[in-house]
Design a binder for this molecule. Structure first.
Ligand code: SF4
Ligand code: FES
Length: 270
């Protein structure tokens, strides 16, 4: 049944303010989403005045400075800090990974924002990505979709054909490689008004569908991955293309179209 009201604890309240030290004039103001579901309290936006003269050049440096020097209770994730793991993913001033295109949160420079500008930092918010604490969300729904079919089984009995011996035309190889650059960050879900994961799943299906090695399990792969996607609570594609715009890796909507073709063909076989 459709629900038209939000739970009372979804209202974001004004939180605490952490002022810069006396005499500090070069500041940027961070407003950061704070939420601990186990507390029963509403989420809040805490305000931090960050001293830019002693801060690194990236947005992530600002958040780490807050955690290390102002408020150790803040939870956030990051790992590679070079756009390949997707763990840093955040909403920044209302845009997934911030206002710059084709980068992840950890690649976003502080200089993108004007002096004195307030920077609002929030986690992804989608039913299938529940907030664990503050800026950390649970994206294991993506892992379960991958486990449902995002792999190729290879007979390793000793008779495996060398991958380089299988001819693949360049256009397909390039498109497959492009699809494989999806880092599973979830920006496509976060930017979709229907929290659709179809760009992610489309990329994972396309990566294998374009290669001869992926054709063997193609039917079950697309059926199982789409089934898992639906079970996780992701919505349907809205055809508005927000996912493609916000994707840090430039994954194209063509991958959704390819997944739909694969799905139709697999359903007719089944
Ligand atoms: S398709 Fe793009 S936005 Fe979506 S998970 Fe992959 S890299 Fe992130
Ligand atoms: S920390 Fe790995 S993509 Fe940002």
């Amino acid at each position: 049944m459709a629900e038209f009201t939000l739970p009372a604890n979804s209202i974001v309240k004004t939180g605490k303010t952490y002022k810069a030290a006396a005499g500090v004039t070069n500041i940027k103001v961070f407003k950061v989403y704070r939420y601990d579901p186990s507390s029963g309290a509403n989420p809040s936006l805490d305000t931090y005045e960050v001293d830019m003269d002693t801060c690194g050049p990236m947005i992530l440096d600002g958040l780490l400075k807050i955690k290390n020097e102002m408020d150790a209770t803040l939870s956030l994730r990051r790992s590679c800090r070079e756009g390949i793991c997707g763990s840093c993913s955040l909403y920044i001033n209302g845009e997934a990974h911030g206002p710059d295109r084709l980068i992840t949160t950890c690649q976003l420079h502080m200089r993108t924002f004007k002096d004195g500008e307030t920077i609002v930092i929030e986690p992804w918010r989608a039913k299938a990505f529940p907030v664990i604490k503050d800026l950390v969300v649970d994206r294991t729904a993506f892992d379960r979709i991958q486990h449902a079919g995002g792999f190729i089984s290879v007979n390793t009995s000793g008779n495996t054909i060398d991958a380089n011996a299988i001819p693949i035309n360049k256009e397909d190889a390039d498109e497959s490689f492009m699809a494989a650059t999806c880092i599973g960050c979830g920006a496509c879900v976060a930017s979709c008004k229907n929290s659709s994961a179809m760009l992610f799943v489309g990329a994972k299906v396309s990566q294998f569908a374009l290669l001869p090695q992926g054709k063997v399990e193609a039917t079950n792969r697309v059926l199982n991955m789409v089934k898992q996607m639906d079970e996780e609570g992701f919505g349907n594609c809205t055809n508005t293309g927000a996912c493609e715009v916000e994707c840090p890796k430039g994954i194209s909507l063509e991958n959704i179209a390819r997944m739909n073709r694969e799905y139709l063909a697999a359903s007719l076989k089944g």
